[in-house]
Write a protein that binds this ligand. Structure first.
Ligand code: AMP
Ligand code: GLY
Length: 428
């Protein structure tokens, strides 16, 4: 089987590595890919958001499946376009990807079907939004852009001044473009965050092992929100009891709600959850694998990912038993100094062999923002590498990942030193 992966970050590298393990896969293609991915898949310089370009490329390569990994092409309807052109796909159609594409849509869906989430209101008028915040007079206040914003369109305002600034930057200054034309203002939820990715064919939902992202730029959850600075899996705070509660109150109702609305969701559904005193609640849905959650979840998958892709496409997930290794996995992101704000690129990365890996194989180095020039790996993005290791337990996985980080360097590299620390301490 030949598979084309659409996307070019650490998540896509992890997907490519998981597919590479399948005895059923003959050729792997990736568009646009990156320097690390190019060592295991043939890469083509077509942007993920260039829908015409990806359809054309598919016609040329004739893959058996096209796996669409990032949010924007899914929300823009790449899967619809590929299906129309006769290609089999992994990923939701646009009418289901809206679960991530519009927070106003997803909040309304949860309200309609009684799925637990923070209370909220939506606004298309900045003055009315500010009036509402004043009226509520409850801080922190959570202000979100309706649309996609690279994980950065959420502001937790500690007082009225910050809330006013947030509304102004989104709605008037249009810092996130059209994404901020409508905003969601919601109640602050106190608790611990857990990510659960789930395979679904629109009818059956099969959760993967849980994980924990670390979204803030610096140790102790300080600094700005980023795309994610590191992950661990499984998340020790997500007990079997909580998993059962989520299955019953959140996962199954969400998949059923989407089917009832004539928007069957096929692909990977990302549940961002907050474990609060009143139980688990949805923080957000994403219509795709998480980045860097995928980097720690897929290495623990024992079932052939190709079998899952086929079962999802054919709507036969019900009959497939999905197995996990029982090990733990940790990913530490090495980012360019300055990320998520301004940073420099083009820095030479040392410590990697010609495959972009560590020679001793003690960790897997997922490339997020790298390029190859004259045989050298250079940085080309904010998040550069996701250094990932598995182990019999979380602490050994973390030890291996951090040891590997110590062997890789580039100018102004930044990584958090406390990935997994909170999970380890709360686990005791
Ligand atoms: P989102 O893009 O909706 O996942 O929001 C980004 C991050 O903001 C989440 O991962 C949470 O850490 C935080 N967040 C979002 N909504 C809330 C909320 N209602 N209460 C507390 N924290 C939130
Ligand atoms: N790691 C968060 C996300 O993929 O949205």
């Amino acid at each position: 089987m030949n598979i084309l992966i659409v996307g070019g970050g650490g998540r896509e590298h992890a997907i490519a590595a998981a597919l590479k393990r399948s005895p059923k896969v003959e050729k792997l293609f990736c568009a646009p890919g990156n320097a690390g991915i190019s060592r295991i898949a043939e890469c083509f310089p077509v942007k993920a958001t260039d829908l015409d370009g990806i359809v054309e490329l598919s016609k040329k390569l004739k893959p058996d499946y096209v796996f669409v990994a990032p949010d924007d092409p899914l929300v823009l309807g790449l899967v619809d376009r590929l299906n129309e052109a006769g290609f089999k796909t992994f990923g939701p159609r646009a009418n289901a990807a809206i679960l991530e594409g519009s927070k106003a849509f997803s909040k309304a869906l949860m309200k309609k079907y009684g799925i637990p989430t923070a209370a909220y209101e939506t606004f298309t008028d900045a003055a009315k939004a500010i009036e509402y915040i004043k009226e509520k007079n409850s801080y922190p206040a959570v202000i979100k852009c309706d649309g996609l914003a690279l994980g950065k369109g959420v502001i937790i305002a500690q007082d009225l001044a910050e809330a006013e600034d947030a509304v102004k930057s989104m709605m008037i200054d249009q810092k996130f473009g059209k994404s901020g034309a409508e905003v969601v203002i919601e109640e602050f939820m106190d608790g611990t965050e857990v990510t659960v990715l789930a395979f679904t064919d629109g009818k059956t939902v099969k959760p993967m092992v849980s994980s924990m992202d670390h979204k803030r730029a610096f140790d102790n959850d300080e600094g700005l929100n980023t795309g994610g600075m590191g992950t661990i899996a499984p998340n020790p705070l997500y007990t079997n009891e909580i998993a059962e509660e989520c299955m019953k109150n959140i996962f199954v109702p969400t998949v059923n709600a989407m089917r009832t609305e004539d928007r069957p969701f096929k692909g990977c559904l990302y549940f961002g959850l907050m474990l609060t005193k009143e139980g688990a609640k949805v923080v957000e849905y994403n219509c795709r694998f998480g980045d860097p959650e995928t980097q720690v979840v897929l290495p623990l998958l024992e079932t052939d990912l190709v079998d899952i892709i086929e079962a999802v496409y054919e709507e036969k997930l019900d009959g497939l038993d999905i197995k996990w290794s029982g090990n733990s996995c940790a990913c530490v992101v090495m980012a360019s100094g300055g990320y998520p704000e301004k940073y420099e690129t083009g820095k030479e990365i040392s410590g990697l062999n010609e495959d972009g890996q560590l020679s001793d194989g003690s960790a897997f180095v997922y490339h997020a923002g790298t390029k190859l020039e004259n045989g050298k790996f250079l940085t080309s993005g904010g998040r550069v590498l996701g250094v990932t290791a598995t182990g019999g337990d979380l602490s050994s996985a973390l030890d291996s990942a951090y040891k590997a980080v110590g062997e890789i360097s580039f100018d102004k590299a930044h990584s958090r030193t406390d990935i997994g620390r909170r999970a380890l301490s709360q686990n005791k």
